[in-house]
Design a protein around this ligand. Structure first.
Ligand code: PEP
Ligand code: MN
Length: 349
């Protein structure tokens, strides 16, 4: 309370807390009185208390999220995909692929190459959330079908984005992991649908979202009964124009301390520049990321989106060798490559 708060104002706060269904405990001090709220189940509307006369400040001593927190679940969550890829365990999972699915030749060709290099999850957007309405918006359901074919041929699991609640079910039919993009991190109707989809979710951090907001967005998914959530640091807005975004690697240990959910890094969107992707991918593994998401295109200069940040396949192959060594140095490994007998087809999960 403010130092000159009257006893009526203090009583007002106490009775409001009671009305809200919690216990209130005034703690008189030399300068001011503090009022403790006991029994916060994460649903307290601080705004209601802040607005009362005589209140100086509402200080949270418990987190506003519950099911995503480490306090709720001490042991780290491991998300297991249909092809056996585990995200959140000792081994680091690598997801790679083009920004967008552009043609059968492009996606099937690159999938074979990425699998051979050791990636076990294939990324590729069929629905693209583009900043400009005139940019390529993705191939839609045809793109999803091509991803499913790539999975059949290579055994890789698929991650692809759902951009709106209406389209989510269709994406869920084809994919192993539904990606919720940075622009949609706080699209609550999309999050609710995703929480009920029965698929694992890759939730990307919004470009101006705090870690707390990211965890609260994830709480929506868990609150709908979906425990298979993977978080993704993909860079935040900054004042410096040298990179597209500022990849916040600190978010990795911060999330690991606050939450049991796995967190991966996307240095492609995180930097926006091909030459910066490899060093930041290495750094992300060193920082403790549970996985990487890397954009790779067979011909980046011809890509319909994000060509400037897409690696050439050879660069990706080099990177795989490097992160393996870094993983070793911190007592981790890389999720083992998918081994296929030649000509064998691996069915979808
Ligand atoms: C993407 O993964 O291609 C993408 C659009 O990412 P973000 O939502 O992080 O911008
Ligand atoms: Mn992209």
């Amino acid at each position: 309370m403010k130092h000159d708060a009257s006893s009526t104002q203090i009583e007002d706060v106490v009775s409001t807390i009671h009305e809200m269904g919690y216990e209130a405990r005034p703690i008189p001090g030399r300068q001011r009185t503090a009022v403790g709220l006991i029994g916060n189940d994460g649903k307290v509307d601080a705004g209601r208390i802040e607005a009362l006369e005589g209140v100086l400040n509402v200080i949270h001593v418990t987190q506003p999220y519950k099911q995503v927190s480490r306090e709720w679940r001490e042991e780290g969550t491991v998300v297991t995909l249909g092809n056996g890829t585990r995200i959140g365990g000792r081994e680091i999972a690598v997801m790679a692929g083009p920004c967008a699915v552009e043609s059968e030749e492009q996606i099937i060709g690159i999938a074979h190459r990425l699998r051979a290099a050791g990636a076990t999850v294939l990324r590729g957007g069929a629905f693209k959330p583009r900043t400009s309405p005139y940019s390529f918006q993705g191939m839609g359901e045809i793109g999803l079908k091509l991803l499913a074919r790539a999975r059949e041929e290579t055994g890789m699991a698929i991650v692809t984005e759902a951009v709106d609640p209406e389209g989510l079910e269709m994406v869920a039919e084809y994919t192993d992991v539904i990606q919720i993009g940075a622009r949609n991190m706080q699209n609550y109707s999309l999050l609710r649908r995703a929480g009920r989809s029965g698929r694992a979710i890759l939730l990307k951090r919004g470009m101006s979202a705090t870690v707390k907001e990211l965890l609260l967005a994830a709480e929506y998914l868990l609150a709908e009964g979906n425990p298979n959530v993977i978080l993704c640091e993909r860079g935040v807005r900054s004042f410096d124009t040298h990179t597209r975004n500022l990849l916040d690697l600190t978010a990795i240990p911060v999330v690991h301390a606050l939450s049991h959910l796995p967190i991966i890094a996307d240095p492609s969107h995180g930097t926006g520049i091909r030459a910066k992707v490899i060093p930041m991918a290495r750094a992300a593994v060193a920082a403790g990321a549970d996985g990487l998401m890397i954009e790779v295109h067979p011909q980046p200069d011809r890509a319909l989106s994000d060509g400037a940040q897409s690696l050439y396949p050879e660069q990706f192959e080099d990177l795989m060798g490097q992160i393996e060594q870094i993983a070793h140095a911190i007592d981790r490994g890389i999720v083992p490559s998918l081994v296929l007998e030649s000509g064998a087809r691996v069915g979808p999960a």
